[in-house]
Design a protein around this ligand. Structure first.
Ligand code: FPP
Length: 244
């Protein structure tokens, strides 16, 4: 399998790709296995997709691991996912460092267990000076919750006299978002055939291209990722303007 893309390093390559990794549960169900087995298979795919990014010319990858709505799942599934995140961080730290990946987490950490937050903080710190791809993991993340938290911080700055209300614009507000250090996503992919965005990167995706694909996340290979990126290269992005 050749991973090289002809159009690498041109504006045909999305700089920032965001993925809604859906379909782990159905993948497991089709095999008569528990949903958690599906999440473990999904985590395996995460590793492969992260590893494929440099060759494919993707600089930033953001993945939706757990939403603010996912707490509504059974207690055993939530606990299993939290355990999986801790395991993933512990097991992958060395490999992510070797791959020169810079990792960041977005979402509200307040509701997460302290042991997990410690691992997240530590991984961010350890990889903070890495210069390879940027991997952002959305964990207890919701777009509306992010905008609400950002607005709260912004309101504090206004109340403290640090920010003039007249300076609140579509350029200043994003500085308060969890993604303040990231470019907006160029492409958002959702696997498993569902065509909705489920509260993911609501502000940031204003001009993103979308790809809704039928493959279930645990079956999403780097080769299919390459094909999706090639389709993106064929699109005409206008950002609200008329064609040249
Ligand atoms: C959606 O599939 C998937 C999730 C809510 C969890 C995503 C987590 C992983 C891929 C595991 C590993 C992640 C990291 C960062 C190590 P679903 O359960 O909604 O599937 P279904 O719609 O078929 O039920």
């Amino acid at each position: 399998m050749t991973m090289t893309r002809k159009d690498k390093s041109t504006d045909k390559t999305p700089r920032h790709v965001a993925i809604i990794m859906d379909g782990n549960g159905r993948w497991a169900q089709m095999r008569g296995r528990t949903r958690l087995i599906g999440h473990h298979a999904g985590a395996k795919r995460v590793k492969e997709i992260v590893r494929a990014c440099p060759e494919l010319g993707v600089e930033c990858l953001t993945i939706f691991a757990f939403s603010t709505e996912n707490w509504k799942r059974t207690q055993s599934e939530v606990a299993g996912l939290m355990k999986l995140f801790k395991r993933y961080i512990r097991h992958e730290t060395q490999s992510l460092c070797e791959q020169n990946v810079q990792v960041r987490f977005i979402g509200d950490r307040v509701r997460l267990e302290p042991a997990l937050v410690d691992l997240m903080d530590n991984l961010e710190l350890l990889t903070s000076t890495n210069t390879g791809i940027n991997l952002t993991v959305a964990l207890n993340y919701g777009g509306r919750d992010e905008v609400a938290r950002a607005t709260r911080r912004l309101a504090h700055d206004v109340a403290a006299g640090k920010l003039d209300p007249r300076e609140v614009t579509d350029e200043t507000l994003p500085k308060y978002l969890d993604t303040c250090l990231l470019p907006d996503p160029d492409l958002v992919i959702r696997t498993s055939g569902e065509a909705r965005i489920s509260n993911f990167l609501l502000w940031q995706s204003a001009y993103a291209e979308y790809e809704f694909i039928d493959t279930l996340w645990p079956d999403f290979t780097p080769e299919e990722f390459r094909k999706v990126l090639n389709r993106f290269g064929a699109r005409d992005r206008r950002f609200g303007a008329v064609p040249a």
